[in-house]
Design a protein around this ligand. Structure first.
Ligand code: ADP
Ligand code: ADP
Length: 230
């Protein structure tokens, strides 16, 4: 699904130039659950942003599901992103003024899905994620763990080819964090392709492969023989 070759990303400010990705290469197959680890500043977020079509590299190639996207402009990236990629963030990124139902509905509005179909799909995903009884609540009325479940529902409602998670348990206590990891494990078991950035070796145990970055390069890649299955 993903083939990345010699990806370079350089951030330039007036004084400094930082090479965040230094000819990084990586492949992810459909149905994998990959963890990306490594020390702070090694390039994890930069890589996830490029994989998620939020940002573009300076050079290198990126084949997403058979399409070369490295040279896509913002508009092209946005349309491919909306249709194919779901995001889960550390801070949940829910809109506090909207109900759970409305938050999960948003990506469908962006994708021009009509109202009756939106209603059907939002209700279905809320059931599946186990948060349907909270549909009319607002994010701040929910626990952190429940908010992250809503964020996962929002990421899934468009049936994306790829789910990207950036430190999904970073703001959760260990019980809620574990619940979210079990949810991702369930999704993986039903065929989802997931790429997760994490600092937590505990969370990485739920994934099928662990990739470690250092200074913008892949320094180790290993299948996870100790994968936690439910
Ligand atoms: P990680 O997610 O592993 O902590 P990042 O991808 O955020 O790493 O950052 C990689 C490097 O790029 C770091 O040295 C960071 O300071 C730098 N960097 C990240 N974003 C920017 C930016 N917008 N402008 C300038 N430098 C940046
Ligand atoms: P760090 O990210 O600071 O390296 P980890 O997240 O890897 O720390 O975990 C530290 C300890 O807490 C480990 O012993 C791990 O087993 C435990 N732990 C971490 N997350 C959970 C969780 N969600 N549920 C239960 N135990 C956890």
């Amino acid at each position: 699904m993903i083939k990345i070759n010699d990806l370079v990303k350089v951030y330039r400010t007036e004084e400094v130039e930082t090479t965040a990705l230094n000819k990084l290469s990586l492949e992810v197959k459909e149905g994998e659950f990959v963890s990306i680890m490594g020390a702070s500043g090694c390039g994890k977020s930069t890589l996830l942003n490029i994989i998620g079509l939020l940002d573009a590299p300076n050079s290198g190639s990126y084949d997403f599901d058979g399409i070369e996207v490295a040279n896509f402009n913002e508009k092209q990236r946005a349309s491919l992103r909306k249709a194919n990629i779901g995001f889960v963030f550390q801070n949940f990124n829910l809109i506090d003024e909207l109900t759970v139902f409305e938050n999960v509905e948003l990506p469908l509005i962006y994708n021009n899905v009509k109202s009756s179909e939106r209603k059907r799909r939002v209700n279905e995903i809320l059931e599946r994620i186990g948060i349907a009884h909270r549909a009319k609540h607002y994010p701040l009325q929910l626990s952190g763990g429940q908010q992250q479940r809503v964020a996962v529902a929002r990421a899934l409602v468009t049936n994306p080819k790829l789910i990207l998670a950036d430190e999904p348990t970073g703001n959760l206590d260990s019980k809620s964090g574990n619940d979210v990891m079990e949810l991702l494990t369930e999704l993986h078991a039903t065929g989802a392709t997931i790429i997760m950035v994490t600092h937590s070796s505990y969370d990485a145990k739920f994934s099928s492969r662990i990739i470690t970055l250092k200074d913008g390069e892949v320094v180790s890649e290993k299948q996870n023989e100790h994968k936690v299955d439910l």
